[in-house]
Design a protein around this ligand. Structure first.
Ligand SMILES: NC(=O)c1ccc[n+]([C@@H]2O[C@H](COP(=O)([O-])OP(=O)(O)OC[C@H]3O[C@@H](n4cnc5c(N)ncnc54)[C@H](OP(=O)(O)O)[C@@H]3O)[C@@H](O)[C@H]2O)c1
Length: 260
């Protein structure tokens, strides 16, 4: 049976790059989105570009509907697959949540998606992987699980919790041949980033020793490594894809000054 992967939040950007990376290797790809139109359109692009089996799924992540999650996996089974790899890329970014003012419902909404829904998806995937004799769960976390940014308390806390959840799955499911790991991107060159003049001007050259941040493909390559047999002896681990941002405490100084 062909290998298969489910990628959440995969209709464009980072998620679509991850889905494409697996499709390039011949995996059947299940594309998740909150919109069925977007999921199906991305699946069609994968079929057309890579000649693989691809199908779109819609879900809601703002409420925890275990039956809906189970129906996704029942359908994957109906299509003749037991999942090999789950990549949890979708996230509530919790942008603009000023800590002194944020409504608690909005704060907790970040945890519903990033922790509750991811937990349900990973648990259901693990049931299929156990039946199959193994599999890989990959969380797209963040380097902000380790060092945080302003007014993103829920997001950063949830990303820290993801690191611990991944380790828990590594420990709980290891005996079934299931591995669980995280990719921790730093800044990614998304449209959001491109359109933010300050990001382009200051962050890229000043906070990474190699003076570059991640592309979609950089994140996708790490996700493919952790989600495939290439990393068969790696579990409970985190791969940082941030150009060295976490390693460096102070911003770069003007290197010309060293010469004076
Ligand atoms: N961008 C960065 O600089 C950066 C840095 C570190 C880590 N990350 C992590 O890398 C992953 C991808 O980042 P990205 O910037 O490419 O993300 P994004 O495009 O903002 O979100 C990825 C996908 O998640 C889904 N999504 C967005 N808001 C959601 C919500 N409230 N609830 C459920 N799903 C939602 C969307 O898919 P649908 O609309 O199709 O559902 C979206 O296409 C995320 O896990 C993010 O936390 C990003």
């Amino acid at each position: 049976m062909k290998k298969s992967v489910f990628v959440s939040g995969a209709h464009d950007g980072t998620g679509f790059a991850i889905a494409s990376r697996f499709a390039k290797e011949g995996y059947a790809v299940f594309v998740g989105s909150r919109s069925i139109e977007k999921a199906e359109s991305a699946a069609k692009k994968l079929r057309d570009s890579f000649g693989v089996f691809a199908k779109g799924y819609a879900y809601q992540t703002a409420v925890l509907d275990e039956k809906e999650v189970q129906s996704i996996f029942a359908d994957i089974r109906k299509e003749g697959y037991l999942l090999d790899t789950l990549v949890l890329n979708a996230a509530n970014l919790g942008i603009g949540q000023v800590s002194l003012e944020v409504d608690i419902a909005d704060f907790m909404g970040v945890f519903t998606t990033n922790i509750g829904w991811n937990f349900l998806m990973a648990r259901e995937a693990a049931k299929q992987m156990k039946e199959k004799g193994g599999g890989a769960i990959v969380f797209i976390g963040s380097n902000s699980s380790v060092r945080v940014t302003e007014n993103r308390c829920a997001y950063c806390s949830s990303k820290s919790a993801i690191n611990a959840m991944s380790k828990s799955f590594a420990v709980d499911f290891g005996k079934y041949g299931i591995r669980s790991n995280c990719v921790l991107p730093g800044m990614i060159k998304t449209e959001r980033w491109e359109n933010n003049v300050n990001n382009a001007k200051y962050c890229l050259p000043n906070y990474t020793p190699i003076e570059d941040i991640a592309t979609f493909e950089d994140v996708a390559n790490a996700a493919y490594f952790l989600g495939s047999e290439l990393s068969r002896n790696t579990t409970g681990a985190e791969i940082v894809v941030d150009g060295g941002m976490l390693a460096q405490l102070t911003p770069n100084i003007n290197r010309e000054l060293w010469k004076k």
